[in-house]
Ligand binder design. Structure first.
Ligand code: ARG
Length: 462
């Protein structure tokens, strides 16, 4: 194996060095090694269980594989390009450790079902890690929301002031996105957790294997029902990349808001020194690099999703080497999502301070209570569209006079419509404007408190 390459005697001469490098995946699929070892141990146990190899041989293989795990963890396992991929690297080292019995490991197996097994085991782990990171992110959102039920913030549509909100309500919108992300990963997990092991190269195997036994050892929920599908399916990876892309969409939206809020134009938040950076030339600058990077890194995850779709499109059954291209994008997406979730969680937790004084001023300096004037009239029998038109008129004249709605005298209101009484002032105060939106899922304080309770219950589910 070491002298030429790992495959059969069919080959006369060795690979061109540049082609060997081009063909090899060891430089990145080494990330799968622990899963490869675990998968191989289950395979060896299955071979012994079914009598395809002896119990002693099974034992030797499992122990030898465990030794490789220790070597790897101690930083002593460094296979080179000559090993081609992690699967060959492990088999070669195993044979060095346990002798000829190592050559029995690959009985009734192909690298095609092996790599599919490894990738699924890897992704299963990563999904659980990302799910728990999402829970941490949600917990921080809820903690901040708890402190800001009564803090008001301008709400926008078209990035124009629309209606004021409870800041908690705004933050809980991101909680809901993260909740869907968490649930979506659970859905993806169900299709990741199916074993292709034993599908062989494409057609199954002549040996009396027990696929269900191996699958159970590896905690798979079920096994692929069709061997061709089992070795060539990457739907699970695409589904994961979709879920990862949506996580990035959500993080990127929040990142964008934090960036806007930290500008001199908004001044809604202050970035703390622990999470902001300076400029090399402009001494006054404090830059929101963390949310900018999160926003920027979104592109690569979307790109990996696109790449995976294109890799699969038009791929004939069953395994094709194109499938080796599934890994780098998947690994990078996993690493990117994890890094971004961690950074955003830290940013929220300790890198950001809401400027409550400034927010309180912000909600009083605009016309975001105009809907409430129309609602006021509509609640007193004026058809809403008529009320809407009347208020449009008064907004126009009030802007022209350089005033706000709260500055209008009661006579002016009554001139506009006799239904106005002195309680109009309370009705259009920002606090009341928010409190009054007590419809289910609205920003009214009572609703927000209920939403917080529901959120606590949701994050308790792990
Ligand atoms: N390194 C390969 C991959 O990542 C393993 C499977 C190779 N199978 C094969 N028949 N060449 O896809």
């Amino acid at each position: 194996m070491t002298e030429k390459q790992t495959w059969s005697q069919r080959f006369e001469s060795s690979l061109h060095p540049a082609i060997a490098l081009f063909n090899a995946s060891i430089n990145f699929d080494i990330a799968l090694i622990e899963y490869d070892l675990t998968g191989s141990q289950a395979h060896a146990q299955m071979l012994a269980h079914t009598g395809i190899i002896s119990p002693e041989e099974g034992e030797q293989l499992v122990t030898g594989l465990e030794q490789i795990r220790q070597e790897y963890r101690q930083g002593k396992f460094h296979p080179g390009v000559d090993a081609e991929d992690v699967h060959f690297a492990v088999e070669r080292r195993l044979t060095e450790i346990v002798g000829d019995v190592g050559k029995k490991l690959h009985t009734a197996r192909s690298r095609n079902d092996q790599v599919g097994t490894d990738t699924r085991l890897y992704l299963r782990d990563q999904i659980q890690q990302i799910k728990s990171q999402l829970r941490e992110f949600q917990t921080v959102l809820v903690d901040i929301a708890e402190q800001h039920v009564e803090t008001l913030i301008p709400g926008y549509t078209h990035l124009q002031r629309a209606q004021p909100l409870s800041l908690a309500h705004h933050l809980l919108a991101y909680f809901q996105m993260a909740q869907r992300d968490w649930e979506r990963l659970g859905d993806v997990y169900r299709r990741v957790n199916i074993s292709p092991l034993g599908c062989g190269a494409l057609a199954g195997t002549t040996f009396p294997i027990d696929r269900h036994y191996a699958a159970e050892l590896l905690n798979f929920d079920s096994v692929y029902a069709n061997s061709l599908d089992g070795v060539s399916d990457r739907d699970f990876a695409i589904e994961f990349l979709c879920a990862a892309s949506l996580i990035m969409v959500h993080l990127s939206r929040l990142a964008e808001e934090v960036i806007l809020w930290s500008t001199e134009e908004f001044r809604f938040v202050t970035l703390k020194d622990s999470c902001a950076t300076g400029s090399s030339i402009m001494p006054q600058k404090k830059n929101p690099d963390v949310p900018e990077l999160v926003r920027g890194k979104t592109g690569r995850v979307f790109g990996h999703l696109q790449a995976m779709l294109v890799i699969m499109k038009g791929l004939p059954l069953a395994y094709n080497k194109d499938l080796q291209e599934d890994k780098e994008g998947l690994f990078d997406s996993v690493n990117t999502v994890k890094a971004c979730l961690e950074a955003m969680t830290i940013l929220l937790k300790e890198g950001l301070e809401f400027r409550t004084q400034r927010l309180a001023e912000a909600v009083t300096e605009d016309f975001s209570n105009a809907t409430d004037v129309a609602d006021y009239l509509a609640a007193r029998g004026v058809p809403f569209r008529e009320a809407y038109n009347l208020v449009g008129k008064v907004v126009k004249t009030t802007i022209a006079a350089g005033k706000l709605l709260k500055d209008l005298k009661l006579e002016e209101w009554q001139e506009l419509h006799p239904a106005f009484t002195a309680d109009i002032y309370e009705a259009i105060s920002p606090r009341q404007v928010v409190a009054a939106r007590n419809s289910y899922g609205g920003t009214g304080f009572a609703q927000v408190k209920k939403a917080l309770l529901a959120a606590h219950a949701q994050i308790a589910e792990q």
